[in-house]
Design a protein around this ligand. Sequence first.
Ligand SMILES: Nc1ncnc2c1ncn2[C@@H]1O[C@H](COP(=O)(O)OP(=O)(O)OP(=O)(O)O)[C@@H](O)[C@H]1O
Ligand SMILES: [Mg+2]
Length: 282
Amino acid sequence: MIEVQDLRKGFDGKAVLKGVTVNMNPGMCNLIIGSSGSGKTVFMKCLVGLFRPDSGHILYGGRDFTEMSVEDKKEIRKEIGMLFQGSALFSSMNVEDNVIFPLDMFTNWSRKKKMERVNEVLERVNLTGSNKKFPGELSGGMMKRVGIARAIVLNPKYLFVDEPNSGLDPQTSGLIDQLIREITVEFGITTVINTHDMNSVMEIGDHIIYMYQGEREWEGNSKDIIFSKNERLNDFIFASDFLKDAKDMRMLEETGHIPQSEDRNIEEMIRNANEPLIPPSE
Ligand SMILES: Nc1ncnc2c1ncn2[C@@H]1O[C@H](COP(=O)(O)OP(=O)(O)OP(=O)(O)O)[C@@H](O)[C@H]1O
Ligand SMILES: [Mg+2]
């Protein structure tokens, strides 16, 4: 578990994180959502030690990361896997050299043992046989999978992923989401994902934290979102009439009640949903 307590961070006198307190749970995908500029990336960078917070505490399994010596921080960093936007692969290195990199950095294992581990994780992400390919020869989805293999090669307890679906089509995004979730559950990892992707929110949102202007505005799971009365959250998630309708239909399914709505005719919406798009021929 990661406990974040009253985390604050600003730049040049401008507050970006304004006292965030949340827990990230093990064995599940903890999603951070919120509009552009709400502070998701700054938050994640504070958690992994790329930014120093102005105040507050970050506890990894009860160990206070913010109060630690440099040596102890290194120990925690070994337990952290990261996948940042764009996969950040080394373009001059082939797949296996990209994946072996953290093992070269943090272990003194033999080459044979390292290669065994590399092949194990490449198999886990369905990339067996791609060892010698270069990033330029891979599709966006394959690059993400190499990024995931590299992020898990040290068997992390904590996995941080910033916008895993950027630049991917919806189907590939779904496959990447499923892979991240499977790995999270399989190895009991505490996974933290920043995302804009509403499909991810609904599919893998075991624990969702909505950030609004540097504060934790709402917390729950994907089912809670459907029933939430938090207006800021609803405006953010159900930004289009189409999604507002989908929310209402889902509530109807779950509760048997049609929610009150002033500006949309729900009865008509349901009638339309039941009508075939092409009328049957006479
Ligand atoms: N290194 C930095 N120096 C100064 N300001 C920064 C720095 N990094 C981020 N900020 C500011 O912090 C705020 C939050 O940025 P952040 O990148 O965390 O947003 P985000 O929620 O990740 O947005 P997006 O959804 O677009 O990725 C922004 O106003 C940004 O300009
Ligand atoms: Mg960001």
